[in-house]
Design a protein around this ligand. Structure first.
Ligand SMILES: [Zn+2]
Length: 76
C-alpha cells in the first residue's frame, strides 16, 4: 500500500498510538470520530474493533476519506 508523502508520518504515529487497540481516531477531513468501543454501524464493524483492524477498504462513514486521513485522538 502506498501513502501520500505527508500522510506517512501520521500513519506511523497512528499505528503506534493504536497499539493498545482502543485509541480513537478522528477524520482529518470532516472530524468524524471512530471509536473502537462503538465500532461503525455504517460499515457493520462490530463494537470493540480497533482502528488498526478495520478493513483495508474502510473509509470515513461520513465523507468517504481514506483511512490514512484519520488522526489519532489523544486520550483525555
Ligand atoms: Zn470524514
Amino acid at each position: 500500500m502506498r501513502f501520500p508523502e505527508n500522510a506517512f508520518e501520521r500513519t506511523g504515529t497512528a499505528v503506534a498510538a493504536g497499539a493498545d487497540g482502543m485509541a480513537r481516531f478522528e477524520c482529518g477531513v470532516c472530524w468524524q470520530v471512530y471509536d473502537p468501543a462503538e465500532g461503525d454501524p455504517v460499515w457493520q464493524v462490530a463494537p470493540g474493533t480497533p482502528f488498526a483492524a478495520l478493513p483495508e477498504h474502510w473509509t470515513c462513514p461520513n465523507c468517504e476519506a481514506a483511512r490514512e486521513r484519520f488522526l489519532v485522538l489523544p486520550d483525555v
